[in-house]
Each structure stands twice: as C-alpha cells, then as structure tokens.
Design a protein around this ligand. Sequence first.
Ligand code: NAD
Ligand code: MG
Length: 396
Amino acid sequence: MKTRITILGSTGSIGVNTLDVVARHRDRFEVVALSASTRVDLMVTQCAQFKPEFAVMASDAHAGALEQRLRAEGLPTRVLRGADALDRIASDPGVDAVMAAIVGAAGLSPCIAAARAGKRLLLANKEALVVGAEFFLEAVRAGGATLLPIDSEHSAVFQSLPDDRQAWDARVDKIILTASGGPFRERAVATLRDVTPEQAVAHPNWVMGRKISVDSATMMNKALEVIEARYLFGLPPSRIEVVIHPQSVIHSMVQYRDGSVVAQLGTPDMRVPIAYGLSWPERIESGASRLDFSRMADMRFESFDSGDHRARYPGLALAWDALAATPGTTAVLNAANEVAVAAFLDRRIRFDQIHAVNVETLARVSGTRPATLEQILALDRQARDCAQSLVQSMGA
Ligand code: NAD
Ligand code: MG
C-alpha cells in the first residue's frame, strides 16, 4: 500500500525538497494534494509530474490562473482555493501523511486539522507550534496523530533520543541545538544596522525560503527552535541549550545523565530529515551526498557567551523569556517577528530594528492565558497590529 500524501507549501524550499524525495520512491508514495500561495508556473509543473487529485492556491486570482493552465495542458487536477481548502486537504480521509511546509502562522489551522484527523504529520512549519502549541498538541493527542519533526535540529534530537518516550525525562540531561551562526557571525556588530535583505538571505550552508533565512541571520530561527523543542520533547526550557557550530554537520545532540552525548550528523541537506520523516521508523534513500570525513578537519564550536555574540544575536534570549511568561507570549513573539521580517525584506525597517519591534511588541501586548484557539488567533492579530504600528513609526 502506498502512503498517500498532502504537501502544504509544495512550491517552497521544503515543498520542492519533499517532492524530490517522493520522486525517488514512486513505488512507496502517492501525492494526493499540493498547495501554494502564488507560484502558478511551478504548481503546473508539479501537477504534471505528480498528478495530484487536488491543488490549492491561496487566492481566487491564482486559483483561476491555475485552473486555466491545467485545462490547457489537459491535466485533471481539481483546483481549490483559500484557507478552508487547506484544512480540507490536510484532513481528507484519503490522505495518510501531511507535510506541513507553509511558512508562518498561516500554517497552524491545517496542522490542527491534520492532527485532529489522526494523520502522520511531518512538521517543518515551526511557527505553527510556536503559536498554538497547547491546542496543536491537544489535537495531536485527541486525533491520535503521529507528529514527526522535519526541522533538521529536531529531527537530529528525535534520532538521538531513546524510542521510549516515557524514558526521555529520566535519562536525558539536556538537549543541545546547534546553530550555524548565519551570514553575520564574524561581521562587526556595529555594522549590522547596514545589512541589506540580499545579504541577510545569503545563508552560508543552507538554501531556504526568505523568511527563515532572515531568521537565521538574526538567530530568531534558533529562538523559535528552542520553543519548538520545548513543546516537541517536553523538557523544561532550562534543559535546552544552543551552541554555535558553523559547519552545520552536527545537526543537534542529546546529553544523557551519565555524560554521554549522542549526536546526528550529515551533510546540510533538508532531504535527509524529510526522508526520515517520510519513512520513519524505516530509512530510505534521500539523494543527499555523504559526509566526507577526510575533509572535516575543521569542526568548530562557539558558545553564545564568547566574543560579542550576545550583542550580535539579542533575539535568542527571547525564547526563554517568552516561555517563562504567560502562555500565549510565544505567539506574540512569533507574530511580531513575522511582521518585522516582512518589513525588513520590504526595506521599511533596518535589520537591527527587527529585534526592536519584537521586544517592544512583547512589552506592549500581553494578557491572560488564551483559553481557546480563537483567543490565540486574536492575540496573534493584536500583536501583528502592534508590530505594524511600530514599523510605521520607525520607517527606515
Ligand atoms: P518558502 O518561503 O520557501 O515556502 C513557503 C511555502 O508556503 C510556499 O509554498 C508558499 O506558497 C506557501 N505559503 C506561504 N504563505 C502562505 C499562506 N499565507 N497561505 C498558504 N500558503 C502559503 O519557505 P521554506 O523555507 O520552505 O519554509 C517552510 C517552513 O519550513 C517554515 O516554517 C520554515 O521555518 C520551515 N523550515 C524550513 C527549512 C528550510 O531549509 N527551508 C528548514 C527547517 C524548517
Ligand atoms: Mg532548523
């Protein structure tokens, strides 16, 4: 029996890598549905290659354009539109597995729909967990879904942990997430205010979407990953640590009670964690090149307390601050950061102002513990409004 898959965000970096792995195993996987926001051309190509039953576009205009193109090419894929359609393809009874590869909080609703429907849920969309962890994890429990991490660090931790979840807390001392340090690890801190969007998205080790690339440069990506790790693995934030490892060969580690450290290594290629998520507990070919140990003489590690890294990456500490505050604060942080990164990419604020927007939004938007998903989404909107007005008042 083939595994029937929906890919949310199929035209993005993770989506394209997922289809690359799927294409190597057409005997194991069948694509039921794809989704994208705006890239009609690439969606037509993907529909021609994978013949999905459904393709979802975010807007009417893009859905209309896709429908015309598919008809012209004689392709039978049905085009759906809008956010409700994402929930539908994530929870379709004919689907076994869902790759969640939309960027940002927009991916939360289909993640919850897939979780409630008991799917095998491959989570790349870390923001969904950061925004709605409590409701997301409750949906996973209620639906009996299998949640598998795709983020390379979390896949590495998952691969380094014992199979028996009940043993995690007792046996594990701490989780150590690695961070490459991004493109500005050696740049003078005083010049970070002059960073351009082009410089910020040029990551030294990974080719990724624009938003996560900027997050890697500010280290907000690692802050989101600390929050993601806290919820995926259930250890308290004080037992999650971050170490800079510029080569991105060790993808993360688990330190056990006896002092042993178990790590997962590999070339920096997202097809490895994607293939693991698709095949777990088995292993399948990913297409990634193999590590060449003869060329790995230079494996380096830096602490965040060394040099001026605390000043270079002020956003990292916000993860522990937000986790210690009222539940819902991680959603505020994520919303502020999404607005700030978009404004930076539009050249409306400077690179160093991303952190200023995040800190100020956290100071201004707080409240009581959200009791429902609707209240979380309201908090997300409130934080976005606040961050937008801060962006306007800053003006680059
Ligand atoms: P990307 O920008 O390349 O792709 C995003 C995808 O989501 C696209 O298909 C786009 O059409 C779709 N999308 C965007 N906004 C949408 C909306 N409002 N509604 C519906 N669809 C929308 O991003 P990416 O780099 O592939 O990252 C995707 C997710 O995976 C992010 O959460 C990111 O943090 C995470 N992730 C990515 C990598 C990586 O190597 N790229 C690694 C780890 C985790
Ligand atoms: Mg990562």
